[in-house]
Design a protein around this ligand. Structure first.
Ligand code: ADP
Ligand code: MG
Length: 323
């Protein structure tokens, strides 16, 4: 059986990205990294635990992608440009085919965004994956959660609810065969909205990535900012599959309360609306106006028929406990 050191060397010591700001990468006691002059370091870490965040038989290539993607999504939500990652892996056994696939998924996404894996740790135990990412942001331009003000407009990138619908499909909900693969892709291989976050850094007043569901995550922005919001449900950008599901069931919890979409929810001062929307039209995922920030605390929902719900519905039970 190959040792832990052989495995690290084989799969992680020389990834596809070699950055000039990495003075020393994998192999020494520490990595030595140079933050560009005049920029701030943005750092975030997330852990995925087998049995809690992924199933034992989860596709390791998709897991490698997702473990990095959820972290890059946090940098995106901060308006930061990604640079480096570290990876702490706990594995029950040195399963080479699992590791090869995991590394493949992780490093392919890293390459796409110019991220260099600069270190980590490898230990034996119940399977868990911890990734830390590091990025740069210009002072004063970071998209914090506490910057939303009454009168700001609320936007979201991409579409909402696809990952949630994929989860329901996994639990037996029938969705057309033609759409299942696309929904699964959204759940298993989320796209971090890095270009969108970078473009809106310095323009948006606040941002968060939608990992727990739009209503909850916008609720976090509102709480941090000391404001409230009204969302217009007919404005929520949804794929045809999610639109059909909502039309058929009247259940808005999929686009509103299901997690794992990893879109960005941003607030923009009214004075910068035109600028944000012009930029939004050029962004891969697009930028969609969905509501307004107000002084009164809480998140209010306006239904397509004009009716209102004063409190965002909580997610289905099967979403509860996810973190
Ligand atoms: P130490 O005992 O000094 O912590 P390790 O044996 O844990 O050293 O790691 C040796 C080198 O390999 C270090 O540079 C570390 O950053 C790197 N490394 C260990 N595990 C991983 C991993 N899963 N991914 C990337 N680098 C790793
Ligand atoms: Mg170590």
């Amino acid at each position: 059986m190959p040792s832990e050191f052989d495995l690290i060397a084989r799969y992680f010591s020389r990834g596809p990205v070699q950055r000039a700001d990495v003075l020393l990468g994998v192999g020494d006691d520490c990595a030595l990294l140079e933050v560009p002059a005049g920029r701030q370091l943005a750092v975030s870490i997330d852990t995925l635990v087998e049995g809690t965040h992924f199933a034992r038989d989860a596709d390791p290539r998709a897991l490698g992608h997702k473990a990095l993607a959820v972290n890059l999504s946090d940098l995106a939500a901060m308006g930061a440009e990604p640079a480096w990652a570290t990876l702490a892996l706990t594995l029950p056994a040195a399963d080479e085919s699992w590791l090869a696939a995991f590394a493949g998924g992780f490093l392919a996404l890293a390459e796409r965004h110019g991220v260099q894996l600069v270190g980590g740790d490898t230990t034996r135990g119940p399977r868990s994956i911890t990734v830390q990412v590091h990025g740069f942001v210009e002072p004063g331009r970071a998209l914090r959660r506490d910057g939303a003000r009454a009168g700001d407009l609320v936007y979201v990138t991409g579409t909402l609810g696809d990952a949630g619908l994929a989860l329901l499909a996994q639990q037996g909900l029938f969705v057309g065969l033609g759409v299942l693969d696309g929904l699964r892709e959204r759940l298993d291989r989320p796209t971090p909205r890095l270009a969108e976050g970078r473009a809106l850094a310095g323009i948006a007043s606040a941002a968060i990535d939608v990992s727990d569901g739009l209503a909850a995550d916008l609720g976090h922005v509102c709480a941090a900012s000391g404001v409230g919001a009204t969302l217009f449900l007919e404005r929520l950008p949804c794929s045809a599959a999610v639109r059909d599901y909502v039309a058929g069931t009247g259940d808005w919890s999929v686009p509103l309360a299901a997690g794992d979409d990893y879109e960005l929810c941003l607030t923009v001062p009214a004075a910068r609306q035109a600028e944000a929307e012009a930029l939004g039209a050029t962004l891969p995922a697009g930028l969609h106006w969905i509501g307004t920030i107000e002084r009164v605390a809480g998140v209010r929902l306006v239904l397509p028929d004009g009716g209102t719900i004063d409190q965002a519905p909580v997610g289905y039970d099967h979403f509860a406990g996810d973190d």
